[in-house]
Structure formats: C-alpha cells, structure tokens
Design a protein around this ligand. Structure first.
Ligand code: GLN
Length: 198
C-alpha cells in the first residue's frame, strides 16, 4: 500500500509523523510534488498558514496538493492545516491563498487576548466517549459551513472547531499534542476505506 504523507514545509509536522507512525502507518514527509502525488492521504500540520502557503507555492507542491484534494484523497488539516484546506479565509494576510476544497469560511486567530491559547473538553459524536481534550493555539474557527460540510465538534457557545466534508477533515485544535489520537485514527480509517474502494 502507498504511504500516507505529512506536509513538512513548516510547523509541527514531526509530531504528526510520530503519531501516525505510532498508529502503525507508513509515513513520508511531503515537500515536493512527486511526494504529494505518491501518498494515499495527507496531514497538513499546525504552524503559520501564510508561511505554509508561500512555501507550498515556491516548492511547487501546492498544485499537486490541490489536484489530490480535487481527486478525493483524504486530507486532515489541523489548525493552520484547517486554514489551508478552507475555501474562504477571513482575516487572511494580504495575498494569502489556501489549497481549498472544504466549503467553509475560516477565521484566522479567532481567539484574541488571553484566550489566544486554551484547552477545552469537546464532545465529538463521531468519536464517541470520552470527550476529546483539545488544545487551541492561536486557533482558527469555522465561521460559515457550506451545504456539504458538517460540524463534528463545537465549543459551548456553538463555535465550530471540527469539520468534515467527504474525504476532508479539519480541526481548529492540535490532537498531536495530547495522547488522544482518535482524529488521526479517523483519518487513517478514511485512507483505508478509500484504498479498499469502499
Ligand atoms: N494562527 C496560525 C495561522 O494563522 C495557526 C496557529 C496554529 O497552527 N497553531 O496559521
């Protein structure tokens, strides 16, 4: 079977490689278009989305990633990675682009001031019990859900912080920073389902 990839241009990609490896996946770092075309699924890590955007275009890997997204490859974006797969960006840095694919609007750095970083226990029905302990760091939120996108988790005030649309999965928070890897497993299940043609 083909390996899964982690986009390794900037941000905490090493942590995602470690989690996926721990879960038994064969993992490669993706920096070049050939690598993006070779993987069966891709995780886009947290970091700084404007930098990931710039580097992905200058490394020439952005078009290959967009092509794979359009093709239905499973992609999981966390935090900056969620920004990268969103179709619409609110408060983007001038000229900032995303790969897109996920029919949502995402607001960058949605929590200002002292709540810039915080933790919360989230009810995530698709993952079952127990609630997910989620770490938010200068996190984005989903401000608009397109018709095909569905919320997988919300904060108590209703803010959407996890979303799914077909093979695309995004979370505002960082599961790679806790020991709860159910989102990574959920992503790997999508990859396996697609490989087996179901
Ligand atoms: N604020 C960052 C951005 O806009 C995301 C932060 C993160 O990935 N932890 O890209």
């Amino acid at each position: 079977p083909r390996p899964v990839g982690v986009l390794a241009l900037q941000g905490d990609f090493r942590e995602h490689v470690a989690v996926l490896t721990h879960l038994g996946a064969d993992v490669i770092a993706v920096r070049r278009p050939e690598e993006a075309l070779a993987v069966s699924g891709l995780v886009i890590p947290g970091g700084e989305s404007s930098v990931i955007d710039k580097l992905s275009r200058s490394f020439g890997v952005a078009d290959a990633v967009k092509e794979r997204i359009a093709d239905g490859m499973p992609v999981y974006g966390t935090c900056a990675g969620l920004i990268m797969i969103a179709d619409r960006l609110v408060d983007a840095i001038r000229g900032q682009q995303s790969f897109g694919g996920l029919d949502v609007a995402v607001r960058r750095n949605a929590f200002g001031g002292q709540t810039e970083s915080f933790e919360a226990d989230l009810d995530v029905p698709v993952l079952g019990d127990p609630p997910m302990h989620a770490v938010f760091i200068r996190a984005p939120v989903v401000t608009e859900l397109g018709a095909e996108a569905r919320a997988l988790a919300r904060l108590e005030d209703g803010t959407v912080v996890a979303v799914e649309q077909g093979n695309l999965l995004g979370t505002s928070f960082h599961p790679e920073m806790t020991a709860d890897y159910r989102f990574h497993r959920y992503f790997l299940d999508k990859v396996a389902a697609r490989a087996s043609g179901s």
